[in-house]
Design a protein around this ligand. Structure first.
Ligand SMILES: Nc1ncnc2c1ncn2[C@@H]1O[C@H](COP(=O)(O)OP(=O)(O)OP(=O)(O)O)[C@@H](O)[C@H]1O
Length: 192
């Protein structure tokens, strides 16, 4: 079922962040949301995920189990990469399977706590964790931020490969990413 969003309004105090947003996110498709900083992209994701409540407007067709990459990595710093993934993946997933995903995008330090990882390594762990999560929709908020160009291309390919026939909503500031990802696009408006 497609996700249908209509007339979403959201204010924080006096500040109107979403002023009647409407749009459709197609089931089994990747939809990119683009828009200037502050226009309410993360707020919209939070409303879709149920982290924030809209003031007005309706949402239908939202699946029950979201997986996410937030703007911050939100990893357990004292856990290693596999244990971070294990927190959200389906029971019974083998360590070797998780390791093969991590290794496919260049994470091979599997025993050390992620606190010892670089920012780009942590980002990749957060992405694998979302991809392998036991979820029926993925929300990826600027998932490739902070990755160098080569790594970004590798990780974009990984995301495309592993989200076929999944419903994905991805926020980005990059038109190059939108072109590379072969996705539906929603452009959100400028806020003054
Ligand atoms: N919990 C909150 N309380 C008060 N203001 C908030 C809250 N969350 C977001 N805002 C404000 O809402 C506006 C939209 O924020 P949001 O993070 O949704 O924008 P964005 O489009 O995702 O921006 P960016 O591209 O910079 O990540 C900003 O002005 C922000 O300061």
């Amino acid at each position: 079922m497609d996700i249908s969003v209509s007339g979403i309004k959201k204010s924080f105090g006096e500040k109107i962040v979403l002023d009647g947003f409407s749009g459709t996110f197609r089931e089994t498709h990747l939809t990119c949301i683009m828009g200037p900083s502050g226009c309410g992209k993360t707020t919209l994701l939070n409303i879709l995920m149920g982290i924030e409540l809209q003031d007005e407007g309706a949402i239908s067709g939202m699946p029950k189990k979201p997986g996410a990459v937030f703007q911050e990595d939100r990893l357990c710093e004292s856990f290693n990469a596999i244990s971070n993934v294990r927190m959200v993946c389906a029971k019974g997933m083998k360590d070797s399977f998780i390791a093969s995903h991590l290794e496919s995008i260049g994470i091979s330090d599997l025993s050390q706590p992620v606190r010892e990882f670089s920012g780009g390594m942590k980002r990749r762990v957060a992405i694998v964790r979302a991809i392998l999560s036991d979820s029926d929709i993925l929300f990826l908020d600027e998932p490739f931020k902070g990755l160098d160009d080569d790594t970004k291309n590798l990780v974009m390919d990984y995301v495309v490969e592993n989200t076929r026939n999944r419903t994905v909503v991805l926020v980005t500031h990059s038109l190059d990413e939108v072109k590379a990802l072969d996705c539906d696009m929603i452009l959100m408006g400028e806020k003054e």
